[in-house]
Design a protein around this ligand. Structure first.
Ligand SMILES: CC(C)(COP(=O)(O)OP(=O)(O)OC[C@H]1O[C@@H](n2cnc3c(N)ncnc32)[C@H](O)[C@@H]1OP(=O)(O)O)[C@@H](O)C(=O)NCCC(=O)NCCS
Length: 169
């Protein structure tokens, strides 16, 4: 496994077949293997062929094997209180590549874009089955907005302006 040869880059439509597979892996990790109802063709249509792309995507590519080992899907949202924001829909790193700063580098790529676009929040929902990731988001200075986050099925997690600026450095 070559952890030093990982490139974070914007996804292209040809990546979607591999991203669709990783979406299924993430759903299986969340104990919801039947949840994904879309395939790579829909991802290409909605994210790359539409006049108004519905989402953006970064991928982590292992250059020595030419394979994708992680992805992040996100899109702009808006807060009527504070303005431009981003929503992080998916963040996934293949099991054998975890704990080598690939997940945090995917977040940093989004934070740089969010910072340059004057976004004040990056929001995400975390399923309780993804609870190990709470520690990961906490480490990156995101806050859990869910009251009594423990025991709740969904956690609402937010990177505020200061956390975004730090990640974008
Ligand atoms: C969550 C996930 C994306 C993290 O990616 P990763 O590449 O393994 O994480 P990183 O190596 O970038 O970790 C960054 C830092 O957070 C720490 N960290 C990672 N996972 C952690 C955890 N579960 N608890 C506490 N700290 C954690 C790392 O030790 C590292 O700290 P350091 O900077 O001091 O070395 C990955 O574990 C994953 O895909 N999990 C399954 C899917 C999931 O839960 N996705 C999130 C919900 S959408």
């Amino acid at each position: 496994m070559d952890f030093n040869n990982i490139r974070i880059r914007k996804a292209v439509s040809n990546d979607m077949i591999y991203v669709a597979a990783m979406i299924k892996e993430l759903a299986a990790f969340e104990n919801l293997p039947d949840a994904p109802q879309i395939d790579h063709k829909k991802l290409i249509e909605d994210g790359f062929e539409s006049k108004k792309p519905a989402f953006k995507c970064f991928v982590a590519e292992c250059l020595s094997t030419n394979t994708l080992v992680g992805h992040a899907i996100y899109f702009p949202i808006y807060s009527s209180w504070e303005g431009r924001s981003m929503f992080l829909e998916d963040l996934f790193v293949k099991r054998e590549y975890r704990n080598h700063h690939i997940g945090s580098n995917l977040i940093k790529a989004i934070a740089k874009e969010a910072f340059n676009e004057n976004c004040i929040r990056i929001d995400l929902h975390l399923l309780s089955s993804e609870s190990p990731a709470r520690g990961f988001y906490k480490k990156l200075n995101a806050v859990n907005l869910t009251k009594n986050g423990e025991g709740s099925d969904w956690n609402y997690v937010r990177f505020r302006k200061e956390a975004i600026a730090k990640l974008a450095e």
